[in-house]
Structures are given as structure tokens and as C-alpha cells.
Design a protein around this ligand. Structure first.
Ligand code: GUN
Length: 303
């Protein structure tokens, strides 16, 4: 089944989900998955386990605080326990690591997330390595990354995991398709390619130094764009009928939220496309909740 959303481009309302099969709505699909998660959380609670997510934020960057508030709100909405740890920008690395050790040992916490970026005096790699891989619901720990690459059970990085769900739930073919990734970050681009490879796509990685980018992107049946540049991809970059997934979250010259894809330019030529906002964004938080649920279910099995 395709999930319809009529994106009323005249007034940019994302509220009307009627008849437009081209727009892949993370808002709709994310909501549906969160309802499934909520049911499973209720079942766990009947067994005496409340999934718990701890979020650590360092400093007072407003955007990071907004992201973290949304994560907390969403976890509470599906019935999870949420613990927010706010540390001052002056916190030392040792103090932060001590907090992570405490959460590693806390049986009521099943997921630990340290909001990135961290202040410069703190070694991000060391912080990620300190999180118990069994509670690493971001899927950033090298143990989880390694397991993911060799196809073992692991926490998957939330944004690429959410994109796979968007493709699966809209019955978008992946097997044998040519997926082109624009962007090679550890959080999105790299794991994205691996997850699609596991599902038998042919994968090409491109990035900011790729020459003749359009020659590559025009080959894509599925184009995933995570380059962090406003409206970087336009109709000259895509093949007729391509499925375009926009991971970007930027502000245009008028301060309006927009992606890495020039939506209005690409829309007609695309076969399907994710909007910004309301596309990939809601899926990232949803998969964070899914990972926290899976972690809690795992501890239930073990006891
Ligand atoms: N900062 C921006 N996105 C993310 C994310 O997915 N996880 C964490 N921990 N920090 C982020």
C-alpha cells in the first residue's frame, strides 16, 4: 500500500493526507510505527518493564535543545520513561563519562543518547565508546556499526533505519535497484549505503568531492541526499521516475525549513519524494523509540 499525502503546495500545509501518491510522508508512516511501538510498550509494562530512554545534552545550543525536547516528548507519548540530563558547557569529559557509566549500570534505562555535537574540549569518539553497546540506541558505537556492516543483529543508526522503513512501507522496490547516496557521514550516508546493499541494491556513494555529480545521480533509481546544503539537488540531477529521499534540514533565504533537494524543481520528474518537513525527520525519532523498545524487549527475554 502506498501512503498518500496531499502536499498542498499553495499554502504548504502538510495536514491533508488525501490523494497524492508521490509524496512519501514520514509524518504518516512515523505515526503508524509509533502506534505499533506504543502497543509493544504496553505489553512490556504488563510484564513489569517500562522502557527507559536517557538523553544527555551538554551546553545550551537552542537547536540541540529543540531536538532533545522532541525526543523526550515522543518517548513519553509512547509510554516510555524519559530521563533528561542537562550538563553545562563547562562540564569536563570525565564528568560526562561518569554520567554515562552511571546510566550503563541503571537497569531502568534501556537506551542512552548523547546529543551531538559536543563542545570541542570533549572527545566525541571516547564518549560514544563509553556507552554500553547494548544501550546505544543511536547505533553509533563501533561495535554496532561493525555488526551492522557484517549483517549481524545491531542497533541501526536511526535516520538510515527510518529511510529503509519509508521505502519498505511504500513498497518501493530496493532489490536490484541502483541507489545513489549523496553524502558520506558516519551517521547517515555510510550506514545508508550498507543497509541498502544488504537489501540487494546496487549502491554508489557520492560526496562533496565527487566530480560530475549529476552523471552519477542521474543513474539513481533511489536517490538519497544527505549533504547538508540547501536545495543542492535539482531536476538536472535526477532521472525521470526516481525515488528521491531528502535528509536535509536547512533554512532557505526566507528562513523557511527546506531540504538538500530543491523540491519544486524535482517534484514533477520524480517518481516519489519526501517533503521537508514531514519526510525523513519524523522517522529518525521514531526509530530511536524503536531501538529503545528493542533494547527493553531484549532485557525482558534475558531475565
Ligand atoms: N545530533 C544530530 N542528530 C543526532 C542524532 O541522531 N543523535 C545524536 N546523538 N545527536 C545528534
Amino acid at each position: 500500500m502506498v501512503y498518500y499525502q496531499n502536499l498542498l503546495r499553495s499554502n504548504n500545509s502538510l495536514e491533508d493526507y488525501s490523494v497524492n501518491e508521490k509524496v512519501i510522508s514520514g509524518k504518516v508512516i512515523g505515526q503508524q510505527i509509533r502506534e505499533e511501538i506504543q502497543e509493544r510498550v504496553e505489553r512490556l509494562k504488563e510484564q513489569g518493564v517500562t522502557p527507559g530512554l536517557a538523553v544527555i545534552i551538554v551546553g545550551d545550543d537552542p537547536a540541540s535543545h529543540t531536538y532533545v525536547r522532541n525526543k523526550q516528548k515522543s518517548s513519553l507519548a509512547v509510554g516510555m520513561k524519559s530521563e533528561l540530563i542537562e550538563l553545562p558547557v563547562t562540564v569536563t569529559e570525565e564528568e560526562l563519562l561518569k554520567e554515562i557509566h552511571r546510566l550503563n549500570e541503571d537497569d531502568t534505562i534501556h537506551g542512552i543518547l548523547v546529543q551531538l555535537p559536543l563542545p570541542e574540549h570533549i572527545d566525541e569518539d571516547r564518549v560514544i565508546l563509553t556507552i554500553d553497546p547494548a544501550k546505544d540506541v543511536d547505533g553509533f558505537h563501533p561495535e554496532n556499526v561493525g555488526k551492522m556492516i557484517i549483517g549481524q543483529r545491531a542497533f541501526l543508526s536511526c535516520t538510515p533505519y527510518g529511510i529503509v522503513k519509508l521505502l519498505e512501507r511504500t513498497n518501493t522496490p530496493i532489490k536490484g535497484q541502483h541507489a545513489v547516496i549523496v553524502g558520506r557521514s558516519n551517521i547517515v550516508g555510510k550506514p545508508m549505503g550498507q543497509l541498502l546493499l544488504q537489501r540487494d541494491a546496487t549502491v554508489t556513494y557520492t560526496h562533496s568531492r565527487t566530480e560530475n555529480l549529476a552523471e552519477h545521480t542521474k543513474q539513481a533509481d533511489i536517490l538519497i541526499v544527505a549533504i547538508g546544503r540547501t536545495k543542492f539537488i535539482n531536476e538536472t540531477h535526477i532521472k525521470e521516475g526516481a525515488v528521491v529521499i531528502d535528509v536535509g534540514m536547512n533554512r532557505d533565504e526566507n528562513g523557511k525549513l527546506c531540504g538538500d533537494v530543491d523540491y519544486d524543481s524535482v517534484y514533477d520528474k520524480s517518481g516519489a519524494i519526501t517533503p521537508v518537513p514531514g519526510g525523513v525527520g519524523p522517522m529518525t525519532i521514531t526509530m530511536l523509540l524503536k531501538n529503545t523498545l528493542l533494547s527493553a524487549e531484549e532485557t525482558c527475554k534475558q531475565s
